[in-house]
Design a protein around this ligand. Sequence first.
Ligand SMILES: CC(C)(COP(=O)(O)OP(=O)(O)OC[C@H]1O[C@@H](n2cnc3c(N)ncnc32)[C@H](O)[C@@H]1OP(=O)(O)O)[C@@H](O)C(=O)NCCC(=O)NCCS
Length: 178
Amino acid sequence: MTAAVTPGREVVLETDRLLLRPWRVAEAVIQRELWTERDPRVPPHRRIDADGHPTVAELEDSIRTDHPSSIGLLAVERKAARDVIGYCGLIDGGRESPREPELAFELLRRSWRQGYATEASWAVLDWARLSGYERLWATVWDWNTASRRVLTKVRFTETERKEVDPTHGTTLLLTRRL
Ligand SMILES: CC(C)(COP(=O)(O)OP(=O)(O)OC[C@H]1O[C@@H](n2cnc3c(N)ncnc32)[C@H](O)[C@@H]1OP(=O)(O)O)[C@@H](O)C(=O)NCCC(=O)NCCS
């Protein structure tokens, strides 16, 4: 697992099977596919609304303005197939200090259960360490077995903290020292 980050250059992380790098505008269609595939239990603001937003054009705009440096969601590209299957990266969850971002990942269903999220997460942990972060957080719905399993595999531990939402379920807060 390697995380090669050159200051001032585009972030590119490389693992055995994956490249993690900034999204390209033409890949907005893949971001939209991720939106359409989301579990119905995910809250409405993270799902395509009745008017079809976000549209591909809106997602293209957000890619144009996004330049990951020591934080951001990177496109996960399979090296062999050269296709993008989702994202993995760091976000400012606004929960703790900006010096303690959250790990986040989401992949297209057709690529699930092949170890990609775990492999990408290890690279992002290396990136976070190289960027000087000392601790990360993660939030996950209690019903999200696959995500909880990935977080366990990359050695996050559950805290006592939970947020209960009667409609969407309970969000668990996990943390990991780097
Ligand atoms: C979470 C997600 C990224 C995992 O991606 P992935 O590439 O399939 O993950 P991995 O293959 O690295 O690991 C998945 C693990 O969960 C397990 N798993 C997957 N689905 C499961 C299920 N329904 N029940 C039990 N275990 C499950 C797999 O067996 C594997 O564990 P193992 O290696 O011990 O066998 C993917 O399911 C996804 O995109 N989900 C929707 C978005 C999401 O939930 N994002 C996280 C928000 S917190």
